[in-house]
Design a protein around this ligand. Structure first.
Ligand SMILES: Nc1ncnc2c1ncn2[C@@H]1O[C@H](COP(=O)(O)OP(=O)(O)OP(=O)(O)O)[C@@H](O)[C@H]1O
Ligand SMILES: [Mg+2]
Length: 288
């Protein structure tokens, strides 16, 4: 494994593209319970960042359940699996949406990369390095903590945990934080409370989670904000057009705007970022 990793390193270090100085910010979006709003957040947050001048890629990493394309109203022809098979390059598997953001559909377990022969693994890794051409990458994970989600967490600069105020969602969110903390994957996790009816519900929910986390876990959580429950979110899904585009004045879009400004103005946005070299090292650490 170590020999294989050092061979790969040598091969890719010779690659001209690795000399690029471009910075990329990678967010991993996750949750304990399913259906709490990760995909809707990821897609609409991506569009907000695009509107603020960033080049954005969404990676739909929910293996077997990919649905970011449905919210965007675009068909998926190729996915990451086609790249891993060696049939397609990264630019061929990336889909452009009408809203300025690009989409890479998972369609396969990225951990399969471990089992590929050297040459193929090199091809995939080289292609993945082109992800460095984006300003922001948002990884929309499946619910819960799988090996793949952990790998994506290691790759990312920021972790965004989504929960609703429901006790079951909150308990599952706590469980995810426990896995992150006990495996020392991240020191800080940003939390968004989705589907609230008031600011008070948002704050109460965060404070409940904070109290439990502070009592039992060695990890920090940050309150990024909350998103209102809004029927126009459901309407937008039915119409297959993201709510920030279809209903820009809805409560959901307004609360997302506040969260997006907070995340993008955050000093951490500029500090906690990877250049292509760091991205490469992270990819090695995970797959090498
Ligand atoms: N702010 C909101 N207001 C109203 N409904 C919402 C809101 N956010 C999400 N929903 C509802 O929750 C459903 C699930 O949302 P979404 O698909 O984004 O969740 P998810 O966490 O990605 O789910 P999964 O775990 O299955 O990937 C949506 O179809 C929508 O009906
Ligand atoms: Mg989803």
């Amino acid at each position: 494994m170590i020999d294989q990793a050092s061979n790969l390193r040598k091969m890719i270090d010779n690659d001209a593209r690795s000399k690029s100085n471009k910075d990329v910010k990678i967010y991993s979006v996750l949750s304990g319970k399913g259906g709490v709003g990760k995909t809707n957040f990821s897609v609409n947050f991506g569009i907000k960042l695009y509107q603020k001048g960033k080049k954005v890629l969404i990676i739909d990493a929910d293996v077997g359940m990919t649905n970011a394309n449905i919210i965007l109203g675009i068909p998926v022809r190729n996915n990451l699996f086609d790249l891993i098979k060696g049939d397609k390059t990264l630019s061929e598997v990336i889909i452009k949406s009408p809203y300025g953001i690009d989409l890479l559909s998972g369609g396969s377990d990225l951990m399969e990369l471990e089992y590929l022969e050297d040459e193929k693994q090199k091809w995939v890794l080289e292609n993945l390095l082109e992800l460095g051409n984006y300003d922001v990458i948002i990884i929309d994970n499946g619910a819960g903590m799988t090996k793949q989600t952990m790998a994506f967490l290691l790759l990312s600069n920021e972790t965004i945990l989504i929960t609703t105020p429901e006790p079951t969602a909150l308990t599952d969110a706590y469980r995810v934080l426990k896995v992150i903390s006990s495996n020392t994957i991240k020191d800080v996790v940003k939390v968004i409370i989705n589907q609230v009816d008031s600011k008070a519900t948002g704050d109460d929910t965060f404070n409940k989670l904070l109290m439990t986390v502070n009592s039992f876990l060695d990890i920090k959580i940050e309150n990024v904000g909350y998103l209102y429950t809004d029927l126009r979110v459901n309407k937008a899904i039915m119409e297959q057009c993201p709510f920030v585009i279809k209903y820009p004045n809805s409560l959901a879009a307004e609360s997302l705007d506040i969260i997006s400004s907070k995340l993008i103005d955050d000093d951490l946005f500029k500090k906690n970022i990877s250049n292509i070299k760091e991205l490469k090292n992270k990819i090695y650490r995970i797959f090498g």
